[in-house]
Design a protein. Sequence first.
Length: 90
Amino acid sequence: MHVKPTLHDWSVSVVDDTAVFIAINDDLSIESTKLKILGKDRNLLIELVPTNRAITIDVSTIMPIFVELHTPHGVSVQYALGSGADFYKN
């Protein structure tokens, strides 16, 4: 088990227009970890402490969503693939 997060340690996916799913691999410690759900302008929407490794969060995904995973040893940020689909259309 390690403590510094990388993009390979977790994933974020859109469930539907109202939720995202976050999965944290068993290789990464979730002790003293927190998640921040950010909107299109990186404004804070939700902050939480994960109590398990599979988390569904109710949040509108019509606009782009970013998720930050904070540990005492680093931060990893991911775009919720599929969020803001109409926002990025030309």
